[in-house]
Design a binder for this molecule. Structure first.
Ligand SMILES: C[C@H](N)C(=O)N[C@H](CCC(=O)O)C(=O)O
Ligand SMILES: [Mg+2]
Length: 365
C-alpha cells in the first residue's frame, strides 16, 4: 500500500457552549482535516487544530508544513514501513507538531487498515472502554457551579475546572464547585499558565487547608518556567501535572530529571503524533510517572487516535481528558470511536474505523 496523494479539508463544528480558558475563548472548532490517499484506494484520516497560543500552529502553517515539507517526503512511500514513515515526518522540519500529528494519525490509520486490525490492537491491545473527564470553562462562579452540576448529572465523575484568571476568584470558584459536587465527582484544576509560582502555592495551600481534596493541578505557571513548576511541586500535596511545559520526549526527560511535576499530560498535537506519544508513555512508565492523555479543541477524528493510544497504554496513561467530541454540537464522523458522554469505546474496525466525514470543505492546491 503506497501513498499517492495528501489532500486537505476544513472542518467547522460549533461548540455546545463557548470554551474559555486563561489563554483564550473559542466558539467553534475549526480544524484542518488531512486525507492520505493510497494506490489501494484506501484513505487514512488525520486532523490538526490551530492552537496558536499553545503550539504556535495556525491553519496556514499546518497546510504549508504538510504541503511543502511533509508531503513531498511521503509520496510513493509504503505504509508497511511505519517506523521509516514516522521518522520522515518527525525529521521533516522543526516544531509544527500539529501538522506532523495530523499526518502521523492518518498514516497509523492506514497501517491498521493494511493489517485489517484496529489500531489499539496493533499498539499492544487493552480494555476497549475508557472514561473521560469534561472541561468546565472559566466563567462567573454561579455559571461554573451550574455547569459542574449539569456535567455530574450527565454522568461525568471527573471535572476539569479551568482557572488561572484571578487568584482570589479562582479560590472561590473551586470552593463553590467543590461544595456543589462533593462526593459525586473528582476535581482536576487547569490554570493554563495563569498563575505565578507563589500564587499557585498560595491558592493550593489555601484549598488544602480548607479540606478540599483535588485530583491534580495542571500547568499552574508559564510553560517555560520549569523552576516555577518545581517550586509548586515541592510545596503542595496536590499532584502537579505538566501540560504546556512538555511537548516531546526530550522535554519529558528534562522534566523528570528536575522533578518539576508529578504527572505528564500527553497530547498528540504537542508530541507531533502517535510515535512520540508512545515514547513519552514508555519513558514515564520507566520512571514510575503517571500520564494523562489530553486533547485540544479536536473532533472525533484525531481524538480517536488518542483513544487508541490510551487503551493500549493504560498501564501508564491513568487519566483521560478526551472531551473534545463531547464539547461539540455534533459528531461529523461516520464510524470510528464511539463517544457517549464520559464513556469512550473503540471498535474492532480496522485502523481508526472512520468511514466518512460529513460537512468537510475541500481545500484545493
Ligand atoms: C479540551 C481539553 N479538555 C482541554 O482543556 N485542553 C486544553 C487546551 C485546549 C485549547 O485551548 O484548545 C488544555 O488542556 O490546556
Ligand atoms: Mg491543559
Amino acid at each position: 500500500m503506497k501513498i499517492t496523494d495528501i489532500q486537505f479539508g476544513m472542518l467547522r463544528v460549533p461548540l455546545k457552549t463557548p470554551f474559555k480558558t486563561a489563554l483564550r475563548t473559542v466558539g467553534t472548532v475549526e480544524d484542518i482535516v488531512v486525507m492520505v490517499h493510497t494506490d489501494s484506494g484506501q484513505v487514512g484520516y488525520g486532523e490538526a487544530p490551530a492552537t496558536a497560543v499553545i503550539t504556535g500552529d495556525t491553519h496556514g502553517s499546518i497546510i504549508d508544513a504538510i504541503r511543502h515539507y511533509i508531503s513531498p517526503r511521503l509520496i510513493g512511500q509504503d505504509i508497511a514501513e511505519l517506523n521509516h514513515l514516522t521518522q520522515l515526518i518527525q525529521s521533516s522540519m522543526e516544531k509544527n507538531t500539529s501538522a506532523k500529528a495530523a499526518v502521523e494519525i492518518a498514516v497509523y490509520d492506514l497501517w491498521g487498515q493494511l493489517y485489517g486490525a484496529p489500531l489499539y490492537k496493533l499498539l499492544g491491545g487493552g480494555d476497549p472502554v475508557i472514561t473521560t473527564d469534561i472541561t468546565i470553562s472559566v466563567d462567573y462562579i454561579d455559571k461554573m457551579v451550574a455547569d459542574s452540576v449539569s456535567a455530574v448529572e450527565r454522568g461525568f465523575e471527573s471535572l476539569k475546572i479551568k482557572v488561572g484568571k484571578d487568584i482570589g476568584v479562582d479560590i472561590e470558584r473551586v470552593k463553590a464547585i467543590y461544595a456543589a459536587v462533593q462526593g459525586r465527582a473528582l476535581l482536576r484544576l487547569d490554570a493554563n499558565q495563569g498563575w505565578t509560582a507563589k500564587q499557585a502555592v498560595y491558592a493550593l495551600q489555601t484549598l488544602e487547608e480548607a479540606g478540599i481534596k483535588l485530583e491534580l493541578i495542571e500547568q499552574p505557571v508559564k510553560a517555560r518556567d520549569l523552576a516555577g513548576m518545581r517550586y509548586v511541586t515541592e510545596r503542595v500535596h496536590t499532584p502537579v501535572m505538566a501540560d504546556e511545559s512538555v511537548f516531546g520526549p526530550m522535554e519529558v526527560i528534562e522534566l523528570i530529571r528536575l522533578r518539576a511535576a508529578d504527572i505528564i499530560n500527553i497530547k498528540l498535537m504537542k508530541t507531533g503524533g502517535i510515535s512520540n506519544a508512545i515514547r513519552i508513555a514508555d519513558i514515564a512508565a520507566m520512571h514510575g510517572i503517571e500520564c494523562m492523555i489530553g486533547c485540544m479543541l479536536e473532533t472525533s477524528i484525531s481524538v480517536a487516535a488518542a483513544v487508541h493510544v490510551a487503551v493500549a497504554k493504560s498501564n501508564v496513561i491513568t487519566k483521560v481528558d478526551l472531551d473534545g467530541p463531547s464539547l461539540c454540537q455534533f459528531n461529523p464522523v461516520d464510524g470510528g470511536v464511539i463517544f457517549n458522554e464520559s464513556e469512550i469505546s473503540v471498535t474492532d474496525a480496522p485502523g481508526l474505523g472512520i468511514r466518512e466525514i460529513r460537512g468537510l470543505e475541500r481545500l484545493g492546491d
